[in-house]
Design a protein around this ligand. Sequence first.
Ligand SMILES: C[S@@+](CC[C@H](N)C(=O)[O-])C[C@H]1O[C@@H](n2cnc3c(N)ncnc32)[C@H](O)[C@@H]1O
Length: 435
Amino acid sequence: MREGDDCYAGPRMESLFGEGGGGMDSSSSIERDRERKSRDKLKPRSSSKKQRTRFVAHGLQPPMVSAAAAAEGVVATSFKEHDAAYFHSYSHVGIHEEMIKDRIRTEAYRDAIFSHADSIRDKVVVDVGCGTGILSIFCAYVGARKVYAVDASDIAVQAKEVVKANGLSDIITVMHGRVEEVQIDEEVDVIVSEWMGYMLLYESMLASVICARDRWLKRGGIMLPSHATLYMAPITNPDRYSESIDFWRSVYGIDMSAMLPLAKQCSFEEPCIESITAENVLSWPIVVKHIDCSRVTIRELETVSADFMISSMMMASLHGFALWFDVAFGTPIIDAQSESSMESTIVKDFGCNGINHRRHGNSSNQIILSTAPEEPPTHWAQTILYIYEPIEVTQDQIISGSISLSQSRENPRFLNIHLEYASGDRYFVKESVMR
Ligand SMILES: C[S@@+](CC[C@H](N)C(=O)[O-])C[C@H]1O[C@@H](n2cnc3c(N)ncnc32)[C@H](O)[C@@H]1O
């Protein structure tokens, strides 16, 4: 990476796998300027700064192992190690404290469960990844006949105690095991799960929810949440750029510009988990992926991608792209007719992948948990892909390209991110890994 190449500094995330995250995707963040016909691979990250509070490295789960990974001979024991590390991370009280204290998240789930009381009362529920048991208890409060609360982490031991202390042991059965492996001997009416990772898909826990759905959900049963949408928009963030990069231009009066290439490389190699506001966003977002939780397949999640053509709403420095998501707690799927009406609502509200998207109206009054920059912040914040060198854009200037998120072969819970973007006569590719 030469001085002057695109680069930017941001907190990197910690991984349970430590430096290099297991090796396969090290030197993973690459930004190429095709004009220069150069390709500058970045070194593995140094240990870092901002720590992701929500979970990080997981193991592979059998249903998520892609054919490609199998063909490459990814070793089964390493899957188990990854999985053990993942579930161990969820045995720590801090992560549950943080999630529960995120009131936007927890109250959205509580309100969604309460608003679906008619569909839950006297019914059977599976809580996929129950953690402390909080969502299971909300379901019991609205009259669930039976709740299977499943978690593979040792937090299940505490969940059992919490359930007991609240006098709900006759309704909630806590099962300490992987949802892919535990036995439930009846069909269920409702699946509830808080499965969303950073950038929606990081952690790949949705695969486990799909597994539970396919094993136990009755026809006509409901998924909470019912839909999820991943968005992306170009952003400007001059303060952040200045703080991490321009800082090196003059340090206690010393010209430390020689540090610039390294600062850009180290700071912006990986996706950054940061809160931005609507003021940072340069256009309406595009939809990268819309998911109907009652239909999505595990294979469909192995790679998601979208092309985009975005018009900047203002003159600004383009510093990168932000990704965020929302989930909706829609109405039950009862029959084919309501399925198709729900589908048309989705098309109307969410548009097609890659198309500029105005905030969807909530015409059906369904509860939506949003992590958008213009909404109150959540512990997910936004995921920012900073580019190494800002691009000056004018109002209405077109920014085009494509984004692709693929499960890593190293560990399907990691995401390989391939971003191509062009503006004016310049075209870049940035590759990074979220691990
Ligand atoms: C994001 S936490 C949510 C905890 C709780 N439902 C809440 O809302 O506070 C996800 C939980 O799912 C569990 N989990 C993830 N994948 C799982 C699987 N395949 N089987 C069982 N538990 C799983 C994790 O151990 C973790 O406790």
